[in-house]
Design a protein around this ligand. Structure first.
Ligand code: BTN
Length: 243
């Protein structure tokens, strides 16, 4: 339907934002073969070489409050994890809030960005970056330690199209369920099932704070329920988790 395919772009998220500001429909998809200025979370860059990965953004216009944006990230993580499992057989895990991993190394990152006015969401962009056929031998040394690819998992090249198709199907199912029923239970169940965070002792960095805690559960709205060092339960909406 509304799928745009580009050869080379700065960042599909940036293009998606521009299109959203100009009125793009809910569900518009932007895919690129290569990103020159691929962006990651926390101001990091995202290496996006030509033809070897899925660099994609989806424009969404849900009728939600800005505080609910984190729910969209959980829906996306659930959809991508399910899709990669179905399309490739790789047993991926979800590292809360938004990394898809294989054997403790990142294979996919999700960048959720929001355009809001006053207290209402105008649009949400979900950016999905998946290392599909990247040869991990070509990663820079520091990246090798923390990142992997689908190809490294399966042992051969995999069709990016099949994975994209599966992601869009899974995403549509879970997102529409949220829009129609106002809850993300299905997505949260998937995130729990594949979580590599729950039950572990974790370190959570959020802005300038660092908490050491045990990851207990995911709440119905996608926050992480933790038991901190003084034994108190609290929830966190986002952050960098390390084990
Ligand atoms: C992260 O883990 O830090 C998030 C990485 C998100 C990368 C994707 S690739 C498609 C989209 N466009 C971007 O510039 N970033 C996201």
């Amino acid at each position: 339907k509304h799928i745009y395919h580009f050869d080379s772009v700065d960042s599909t998220n940036t293009i998606a934002k521009k299109m959203a500001a100009e009125g793009a429909f809910d569900g518009t998809v932007i895919i690129a073969e290569e990103q020159i200025g691929g962006r990651g979370r926390l101001g990091r860059s995202w290496i996006s070489p030509k033809g070897t990965g899925i660099w994609m953004s989806i424009v969404l216009r849900p009728n939600i409050e800005p505080t609910e944006a984190a729910k969209i990230t959980q829906i996306t993580a659930a959809a991508v994890a399910n899709a990669i499992r179905k399309a490739t057989g790789c047993e991926v895990g979800i590292k809360w809030p938004n990394d898809i991993i294989i054997h403790n190394k990142k294979v996919c990152g999700i960048l959720t960005e929001m355009g809001a006015e006053l207290n209402s969401v105008n649009y949400i962009i979900v950016g999905i970056g998946i290392n599909v056929n990247v040869d991990i031998k070509e990663f820079p040394e520091e990246v090798k330690k923390i990142a992997t690819s689908i190809r490294a998992c399966v042992g051969k090249e995999i069709s990016r199209k099949d994975i994209v198709k599966e992601i869009l199907l899974e995403f549509q199912k879970l997102y529409l369920d949220f829009i129609e029923n106002k809850n993300i239970k299905k997505s949260i169940d998937i995130c729990k099932k594949y979580s590599v965070t729950l039950g572990k002792q974790v370190k959570i960095k959020n802005r300038d704070k660092e908490i050491i805690a045990e990851a207990i559960d995911l709440t119905e709205d996608g926050q992480l329920l933790i038991k901190n060092e003084s034994g108190e339960m609290q929830t966190v909406i986002s952050g960098e988790v390390s084990v």
